[in-house]
Design a protein around this ligand. Structure first.
Ligand SMILES: NC(=O)c1ccc[n+]([C@@H]2O[C@H](COP(=O)([O-])OP(=O)(O)OC[C@H]3O[C@@H](n4cnc5c(N)ncnc54)[C@H](O)[C@@H]3O)[C@@H](O)[C@H]2O)c1
Length: 258
């Protein structure tokens, strides 16, 4: 389903961190649902691969290599998408990194700053340039928070603070919808089986003790799949959610409800 049909038919949508995990599933889904997709990713290999996969499934995508924490790169990427496709209607600000896995007394200032720069300031920089690009017709933005945006975790002060920050940023920006014509919502996933989790967090001894209690709290009885989160982002970006603004949508199998 591309181009003229699908939930995002006719729309141009940016996905950040689209090379892996949730971003990758979202970019592929959005393209299948008719969007032309701007692939904003700092890793050239995975970004190119997803762009080619979209072309193979009959869709249209543009790869823009960009680090979301670098404003010039963000600005250039948004400009490139608008130059190629003529407009911007939506964005899924998904790019992010995991915690540095330190207790607060051991968490270095550079480690703290790196996580905040990517997970929080990166979302802000993307929103600023995306919102400007949507000035004429308005649009929708979905920001990636986490269950850690509303609860705490040990060894994760940098990550938890960044994801709480994304919620504040989302709420504040949603209050500006009458000026910007842009709806802004946030997703709060539980544990989703992506490379961030399976290849890095599960391999870290500091995280090991948390896995069983976390599994118990996902009341649906399994961890999430990238596609579970991509489906929620799709709905928040399409016109069927036209009255949803400033929402915090958990996609966590009941994790934060317990
Ligand atoms: N996996 C989970 O359990 C989970 C739960 C809640 C929230 N999240 C959030 O979802 C988002 C995606 O996570 P994932 O699990 O798919 O991770 P992932 O590591 O599989 O994918 C993240 C992607 O973002 C890219 N990226 C990282 N830093 C970037 C930067 N500075 N600029 C541009 N691209 C960058 C990476 O190259 C990678 O392609 C993150 O924001 C993460 O915090 C994940």
């Amino acid at each position: 389903m591309t181009g003229s049909s699908g939930m995002l038919a006719g729309k141009v949508v940016i996905v950040t961190g689209a090379g892996s995990g949730i971003g990758r599933a979202a970019a592929l889904l959005f393209a299948r649902e008719g969007a032309r997709v701007g692939i904003m990713e700092r890793d050239a290999t995975s970004g190119t691969e997803v762009t080619e996969l979209i072309a193979q499934q009959g869709g249209e995508a543009l790869f823009c290599q960009a680090d979301v924490a670098q404003e010039e790169q963000v600005s250039a990427a948004v400009d490139a998408v608008v130059a190629r496709f003529g407009r911007l209607d939506g964005a899924f600000n998904n790019a992010g990194v995991e915690m540095s896995n330190q207790l607060v007394p051991d968490l270095s200032t550079p480690d703290w700053q790196r996580v905040i720069d990517i997970n929080l300031t990166g979302v802000f920089l993307c929103m600023r340039h995306q919102t400007r690009a949507m000035a004429q017709d308005g649009g929708a933005i979905v920001n990636m928070s986490s269950g850690d945006g509303i609860i705490g975790q040990p060894h994760a002060a940098d990550y938890v603070a960044s994801k709480h920050g994304v919620i504040g940023l989302t709420r504040a920006a949603s209050c500006e919808a009458r000026y910007t014509k842009v709806r802004v919502n946030a997703l709060l996933p539980g544990l989703i089986l992506t490379p961030m989790v399976e290849e890095r967090l599960f391999a870290n001894p500091a995280f090991e003790a948390q896995v069983a209690p976390m599994a118990e709290r996902h009341s649906i009885g399994r961890f999430g799949k990238p596609e579970d989160v991509a489906e929620a982002a799709l709905w928040l970006l399409c016109d069927r959610s036209a009255f949803i603004n400033g929402a915090l949508l958990t996609v966590d199998g009941g994790y934060t409800a317990r």
